[in-house]
Design a protein around this ligand. Sequence first.
Ligand SMILES: [Zn+2]
Length: 435
Amino acid sequence: MPKLSAHNFQLLVVLASFLIAIQLTFAAESIEPNISPGEQELLEWLEGEESDMVAMLERITNINTGSLNKAGMAELAEIFSTELARLGFSVDSLPGGLIEMPSCPGTNYDIDLADHLLASKPGNGSRLLLMGHLDTVFRFDSPFQSYRQDGDRVFGPGVADMKGGLVVMLYALKALHAQGLLRDMDVSVLLNSDEEMGSLSSRQYVEEQAREHDFGLVYESSGMNNLVRQRKGLGQARFVVNGRASHAGGAHEQGRSAIKELAYKIVEIENLTDYETGVTVNVGIVSGGESRNTVAPCAEALIDLRYPTPEQGVETAAQFEEIFSRVYSYPVDSGEISTNSWVSLHRPPKIPTEESDYLLGKTRAIGRLLGQELGVTDSGGGTDGSLSQAVGLPTLDSLGIAGTGAHTIREEARLSSLLERAQLNAVLIARLAAE
Ligand SMILES: [Zn+2]
């Protein structure tokens, strides 16, 4: 066996102190008092509700709430309105509205959104804003529609993102209510219908509420038992290229192909991706043309953008505009190619602050008291927590059920984490409200 030389020993000491320093960064504010007898009652009350939680998850997963399914959304909103009203909240609905989008003649990409739900109750102590979304990415015609259980694994549309989170949030509040603790708390619950569409309509409400509260808790999935510390910003763009139709054989030279122009633009846009800076651009959907033998008069595309800093978002959006306004495929002065576009930097990056790190450290420490080891991760996915944090509300956005495969037909969740996370949140909310 090799001997440990003095030099190696020194290296080990340096390494060990480095690791301790990293640990301290996250653990600095993480000393939490032990679970009190009152909190123990919260935990036990929730244990008795586990089968009800599972039944509710099954029930609400089986209601389709694809972002554009207004009927499904209304049904789900009604369930939560009733439940929250029973807990002493006054419940309002906030208008969804119509978001108009450019599109080719004959297609319509306007987004007609369902209403959002805001429940609030006055009280003392820290003002808490709990946020979740009612919608999923699974349309009413998706093949993935129903809940299925296999041991501790459950499958279904939105089971992790985020119907499981909604159940966690509701039952944490129910536990606090049952123990008489909710009555004096200042809590608002905002459930929007358009998160999966980028919160285009609800953003104003999220920001408005964020400014009036002290802590933000969002019930996105906690993934593989991880809390998210930092997120990239998100943007999206839709653009429509208009050209001129013509017979592909008889008068090809008189046509101005929107598809040809779109192709040039796609290459330019895709080239904006830069893995070194972390900016990624994805042309996710394209369509256009009328028939094989017609020079295409119109073509359109939908783009996704991710960016680590607000400045990169603004810069890339400006590059989009430049590409939209340039004509690549025909002489510029012909005026026969034009582009309509819509660009939205709909989610700012979530940049950690001292206060949000405090919230994260506190949650992990409470998790440890309950035997739940929660890691820390960064994510490229967006949440409404990015909107609230950007206007100054310290927000933790991954407090929901543990799960994987969001946005795919492989979406699943770990059923036993329903109870775990409800217990974690009941204690977290009780302690935050007391600050
Ligand atoms: Zn989600």
